[in-house]
Design a protein around this ligand. Structure first.
Ligand SMILES: O=C(O)CCC(=O)C(=O)O
Ligand SMILES: [Fe+2]
Length: 371
């Protein structure tokens, strides 16, 4: 029975109920973490603690592959090469028990990458992608709200634009209030560190700093989440309550074209909040939405996605499609999963290079819970 509960325990995605059960079943494992929530260890950067918790779990449940995978994730998030070596050992143990686990191959790929072994890393990423592509969709994707329902929920203070139906992209102005913008920035600032991208073959896909804020760390975040759920016609119980990821880009910073979801780390909906108005550049580009739609938002701020100093990758799209300008308080909300539960590859997007100014955003990801 214990193993079943642990199955749900992940450094990133676990939520309180399963963890609390796990904590009750093995209280000694949890004592070094905060209030029985392993996630709290990870959110606050206590990856060493989190790794220890999973390693202790292995003593109780030595056959449980996910414990080794989670220990490997916790090790991969630490900053020293000796932790990464330990992570590889955990990862190998996991793969011995569960050779076809896509998530573990991703993690081992990341660790090999961090240790400078690019070709081994590629092999694991390729294996992970192959396994994941053979899996049936996990379950149905999120229903799209009707535009009228969104307008009703938004009320007069917000301004709503439907940028595209397919991919489904909404732009909502005045979604985040100035006091909330200030609260998020002030609380994230001391926690910022270099951004890390899971399963990215090349960490240069992104140049920015990241901090995480707990889902209900403060009433500001609860209010924001409730506003988002109301807008999209979702209930509190429909979603896993994820941390808010705060990202700061300096002038020149960017994030190349990518999808926010993957089969092993599902994120059905992204709400991206702009916490600064960027003077030039720094919008969010949706390559599968026509450029004219972006112009409708603000034709006076027409701008290229990248300037001539940017070294584009061969895989990077030349046509960046619609660009949503970064305006403080604006939310751009898009669906990464189609209604049939498959990943929506139309949802590719990029953070355009900041040509002048500074850019802060917060990502709020919603993953549907299924009964
Ligand atoms: O900075 C942006 O505009 C896009 C950021 C993004 O796509 C992400 O953080 O996943
Ligand atoms: Fe993204």
């Amino acid at each position: 029975m214990g193993a079943l509960l642990i199955q749900q325990v992940g450094v990133e995605e676990l939520r309180a109920p399963s963890t609390v059960n796990f904590a009750r079943s093995a209280p000694a494992l949890i004592s070094s973490c905060f209030d029985g929530r392993l996630n709290a260890c990870a959110v606050q950067g206590q990856y060493e603690e989190a790794e220890k918790v999973f390693v202790s779990g292995i003593r109780y449940f030595p056959d449980e592959a996910s414990l080794y995978t989670n220990a490997a994730i916790a090790a991969s998030q630490q900053t020293d090469a000796s932790a990464w070596q330990r992570g590889l050992v955990h990862g190998r143990e996991a793969l011995q028990r569960q050779p076809d686990d896509s998530r573990t191959h991703h993690v081992v790929g990341n660790l090999q990458q961090q240790l400078g072994r690019a070709s081994l890393a590629e092999q694991h990423f390729a294996r992970a992608d192959k396994i994941a592509s053979g899996l049936p969709p996990r379950r149905a994707g999120p229903p799209r709200p009707s535009f009228d329902a969104v307008l009703d929920a938004a009320g007069p203070a917000m301004e709503v634009h439907l940028l595209s139906h397919d991919p489904f992209v909404l732009v909502v102005d005045n979604f985040v209030k100035p006091a909330e913008v200030a609260w998020i920035r002030n609380n994230a600032a001391p926690k910022l560190s270099e951004s890390f991208t899971y399963a990215a073959h090349d960490q240069s896909v992104r140049q920015s700093q990241t901090a995480w804020l707990g889902p209900h760390e403060h009433s500001t975040l609860t209010a924001l989440e409730n506003r988002l759920l109301a807008l999209l016609g979702l209930r509190f119980v429909d979603v896993a309550h994820a941390e808010l990821q705060v990202v700061q880009y300096e002038q020149g910073g960017y994030y190349r074209s990518h999808l926010d979801t993957s089969s092993w780390h599902p994120r059905d909906i992204t709400a991206l909040y702009y916490l600064t108005t960027v003077q030039t550049g720094g919008g969010t580009a949706f390559q599968n939405v026509s450029a004219e739609m972006g112009d409708l938002l603000d034709s006076t701020r027409k701008q290229p996605c990248f300037d001539s100093t940017h070294h584009a990758e061969a895989s990077e799209p030349q046509d960046h499609g619609a660009i949503v300008p970064a305006v403080a308080g604006r939310a751009v909300i898009f669906y990464n999963t189609r209604k049939d539960g498959q990943m929506d590859t139309a949802a590719y997007h990029a953070g355009c290079q900041i040509i002048k100014g500074e850019k802060w955003i917060a990502n709020h990801w919603l993953t549907l819970r299924h009964a």
